[in-house]
Write a protein that binds this ligand. Structure first.
Ligand code: HEC
Length: 477
């Protein structure tokens, strides 16, 4: 005991009792960061192979509660072997041990830089921005939801925001009310509380629809995408009716989909991702994952759904061959749904969703595996639809809106898609079923998870890490 105290005392003395004359104040010069060669090599590898899922800023990735350990050995094992049933892919086939060591060095550099890193290209939220001749500012609406996955406006102007972590907030002015009696969700990895939409007759029936990752009632290891309908009360949900459940349940915790949009036909369209089982689900009409579904608002099946006559097919299927669609809108000109979906590495797509169509995943794709290996050389095939647009490299699309508002005249009739990977909003004119050239709005704004246009014509974007919702306020000259 005595010895320990003695050593601590010595340490104290030597650290703090330096002669005053030795104190040299640091000159306020911003140093150019020069990375050690293995760290620089790791940076290139990280940007090429990892940023699609983990973002381009390693400091932001490193600033987390580590699940599989952050010692060099543990990080190397994660990269080599993969985790979470392939949600974090194995890179053993593609990266040799030198490359993995370089990545480990870069991630450790990121860990050491957390908190003191000076993001040179920091986005300025408080300035006036401009895009396609439209000047605007960003107004912070709420920071209540950590991952603002879905948004829906009430006729009163209040905003419902889902938080993937398992909550739903009602934002009224400065107040964020956490709704009671929301569904129990599995909020692991990509799962949790997902989208929310109002009934087209909400003003008279107060019905709302919520999609979420549901845990199997008898086996906590299994989950699926489900949709329930509720009556919205002042501060909670009541009268739950489950109207949709994708089958089979899966043990993975990714690729749930699941956007909700009502069509002009009054039916509810639901996207469901392939749950990471690309060889089992998207092309198999007896299984719900990897599809766009269409149901009536009470969960029953419209008579004219494309596969109702096939006794083996899941009757709610509207289109198939999808990977993980996390954005969908209705094109007001045609009434058709448009959805984007995450590709693997490269090959994110925008598709016009037409009854009975096969969108080809994983038989045709413009992407390759995350670990650089190829799973298909085909990009087109008879009987499979071509995307209206595809992104190589992947942008990680989430959230979609179609601008009908007069508030941003130059953006009217444009399709907006959020980018998780690069943190911008993709903007493309959509008229008469065809897409024009892409421009990028709000580059560097942060991981864009959701986008909606409010009933009074304003656009709102939901960002994560940290979670915020901003209103895009036009500045009129
Ligand atoms: C397809 C998306 C994807 C890609 C590509 C990807 N990862 Fe991951 N990674 C994940 C997911 C999802 C997890 C979380 C796994 C879990 O929850 O167990 C993860 C976890 C990790 C972890 C463990 C974090 C912890 O909490 O312990 C490390 C380290 C990691 N990834 C490094 C990398 C590196 C390095 C690369 C590039 C060589 C990479 N990842 C590429 C999806 C990805």
């Amino acid at each position: 005991m005595r010895i320990v105290v003695f050593i601590i005392t010595l340490g104290w003395v030597s650290t703090f009792c330096t002669p005053a004359g030795n104190e040299v104040s640091e000159p306020a010069v911003k140093m150019e960061v020069v990375l050690a060669p293995e760290v620089a090599a790791g940076k290139d590898l990280f940007e090429a192979n990892c940023s699609g899922c983990h973002g381009v800023k390693v400091q932001a990735f490193a600033d987390q509660r580590w699940k599989h350990g952050n010692s060099p050995e543990e990080i190397a094992a994660t990269i080599r072997e993969g985790r979470a049933e392939g949600a974090m892919p194995s890179f053993a086939a593609m990266l040799d041990s030198m490359a993995i060591q370089n990545l480990v060095a870069y991630i450790q550099y990121g860990i050491n830089q957390v908190g003191e890193y000076d993001f040179e290209d920091e986005f300025d939220y408080d300035t006036i921005h401009s895009h396609l001749g439209q000047a605007f500012t960003l107004e912070l609406v709420t920071e209540a939801a950590e991952v603002p996955w879905g948004m829906a406006f009430l006729p009163t102007g209040a905003l419902l925001v889902t938080d993937r972590n398992g909550k739903i907030f009602k934002i009224e002015g400065q107040e964020a009310i956490e709704l009671k009696n929301v569904p129990q969700v599995n909020s692991k990895n990509q799962g949790g509380m997902l989208d929310i939409v109002l009934d087209p007759e909400f003003a008279s029936n107060q019905l709302v629809y919520v999609s979420y990752s549901k845990v199997h009632p008898e086996d906590a290891e299994l989950t699926t995408t489900a949709v329930s309908r509720y009556v919205l009360t002042e501060n909670g949900l009541e009268d739950a009716v489950e109207i949709f459940e994708a089958t089979p349940y899966e043990s993975t915790n990714h690729h749930f989909g699941s956007r909700l949009v009502f069509g002009d036909d009054g039916y509810l369209y639901i996207t469901v991702g392939d749950r990471g089982k690309r060889d089992d689900n998207p092309q198999d009409l007896t299984r719900s994952p990897g599809k766009v579904h269409r149901i009536k608002s009470d969960g029953t099946i419209p008579d004219d759904n494309p596969f109702v006559a096939d006794p083996n097919a899941v009757a709610s299927i509207y289109s198939y061959g999808h990977r993980n669609p996390q954005g969908m809108i209705k094109d007001p000109a045609t009434g058709n749904m448009w959805a984007h979906e995450h590709g693997p590495r490269g090959g994110d797509e925008i598709n016009e969703i037409v009854a009975g169509n096969n969108y080809g995943w994983p038989v045709i794709s413009y992407g390759i595996n995350y670990n650089g290996t190829v799973f298909t050389t085909e990009t087109e095939r008879e009987g499979m639809e071509q995307p209206k647009h595809y992104w190589v490299p992947s942008i990680g699309p989430s959230g979609m809106a179609y601008v009908t508002s007069e508030r941003y005249p130059n953006w009217k009739n444009h399709l907006l898609s959020g980018s998780l990977k690069y943190g911008f909003v993709s903007v493309m004119p959509l008229r008469g079923g065809s897409l024009g050239d892409e421009t990028r709005l709000l580059e560097g704004v942060g991981r864009t998870r959701s986008i909606v246009q409010s009933p009074d014509g304003y656009l709102y974007i939901g960002l994560e890490r940290p979670g915020r919702v901003y209103k895009i306020v036009p500045v009129s000259e």
